[in-house]
Write a protein that binds this ligand. Structure first.
Ligand code: NAD
Length: 372
């Protein structure tokens, strides 16, 4: 396959983890005989330092024409006190809005060997492999009217959803469930909120097109509890913007380090793939950042933007292999143990993708089911 991939390394550890992911994409290219045109553009503080806007028009144009976009992170303490439109983080909201990325996918799984990395008991965490599908461009975060009363004594926000918004995110969740364990849990607060009652109604209507997918409903408070008590009982969690913001962080937290978590933001054009973590200025430039979140985001790019399921599975397996060999970046290493650097971890994952010289390209592809 010929495909164009745009890298937006950004700030802090962004360039380090994106370089790691690019090495892995090159290994995929070599192993499976693809041809990726990989280009890079500035975003965030990196763009501000060049005298450009946080999201330069040229970067946005390159994003619009790419098949998939891999972003590192944006944010730099040097620009924290600037005016809001000149803050590096404004680029994120702008690119999500410009590309109309309405679906946010955040998988949370336990990697083999990391059962004790999170706060839960290993036996509670065992088998956890869930995907939060969060509506990203509607609900309380965008609803109008919003604001403070003139006297500053009260404030208000508006939670609003249309049938069309609920339907398109529901289809994303059901489609994803079809590539996994065919189970969607729709999360709402239908006992209190009208938007949730409409949500539930539309999700049920959409589910009729997916008779092979099991659907159940859960109130958000009960779901938050169950994610902590029985995370392995979930496959796909479908929910609106605010609930998804909170539940996806909770799900991420229980499986261990922030550095492990990938994400995808999808619309009807090119998708944006990025690790969940920020620019981590406290560790930037020291070759200690965990690149797995970025590398797993590259796998999501292959899966969702390029429909290269076997290749995406191969990256996930290569990550497993590196971890199984005992490689741990500093965030995962036990106190006193030596830790692998960012580059070392990336090299091990890329090496696991490179077939022994006697096998033909793709011959060690894994037949395992695809994971969305
Ligand atoms: P952060 O995610 O950057 O860091 C939180 C903690 O996790 C830090 O101790 C950091 O060292 C650690 N950490 C993060 N990623 C890691 C990795 N890959 N490997 C090992 N350790 C890792 O969050 P923060 O400190 O709140 O924010 C720092 C900057 O990042 C701010 O400017 C913030 O606005 C920005 N930010 C950007 C994004 C994004 O680009 N999507 C997301 C969150 C925060």
């Amino acid at each position: 396959m010929i495909a164009s991939i745009l890298l937006l390394p950004g700030d802090g550890i962004g360039p380090e983890v994106v370089a790691a992911a690019a090495d892995v994409l090159r290994a995929v290219e070599a192993r499976f005989g693809h041809s990726f045109t990989i280009t890079t553009a500035p975003i965030g503080a990196a763009a501000l330092r060049l005298g450009l806007a946080p999201l330069p028009p040229e970067t946005l144009e390159a994003a619009r024409t790419a098949d998939g976009i891999l972003l590192g992170a944006v944010g730099d303490p040097e620009f924290d006190r600037g005016d809001a439109s000149r803050r590096p983080e404004s680029a994120l909201l702008e690119i999500r809005r410009a590309l109309q990325l309405y679906a946010n996918l955040r998988p949370a799984r336990v990697w083999p060997g990391l059962e004790n990395a999170g706060p839960l008991k290993a036996e509670v965490l065992a088998g956890t492999d869930l995907l939060v599908v969060r509506e990203l461009t509607g609900g309380l975060y965008y609803g109008e009217p919003r604001g403070f009363a003139a006297d500053g004594q009260s404030a208000h926000n508006t939670m609003r959803y249309s049938r069309a918004e609920i339907e398109r995110i529901s289809r994303r969740a059901f489609d994803a469930a079809r590539t996994r364990r065919q189970h969607v849990t729709s999360v709402d607060k239908a006992n209190v909120l009208e938007t949730s009652r409409l949500w539930r109604q539309v999700v049920i209507e959409v589910s009729r097109d997916y008779p092979d997918v099991r659907l159940d409903h859960m109130y958000v408070d009960a779901c938050a509890m169950k994610v902590a008590l029985a995370p392995s009982s979930f496959d796909v969690i479908l929910t609106e913007n605010l609930f998804g913001d909170i539940l996806s962080d909770e799900a991420g937290a229980i499986v261990g380090s922030l550095g492990l978590l990938p994400s995808a933001s999808l619309g009807d054009g090119p998708g944006l793939f990025e690790p969940v973590h920020g620019s981590a200025p406290d560790i930037a430039g020291h070759n200690v950042a965990n690149p797995i979140g970025a590398i797993a985001s590259a796998a999501m790019l292959l899966r969702h933007a390029l429909a290269l399921t076997t290749e995406a599975d191969a990256i996930d397996l290569a990550i497993e292999e590196a971890l199984r060999k005992g490689l741990r970046t500093r965030d995962l290493a036990a106190t006193g143990d030596s830790a692998a650097g960012t580059r070392e971890m990336a090299a091990a994952i890329a090496a696991a993708l490179t077939p022994p010289s006697h096998s033909s390209p793709g011959s060690v592809a894994d037949p395992r089911r695809s994971r969305a």
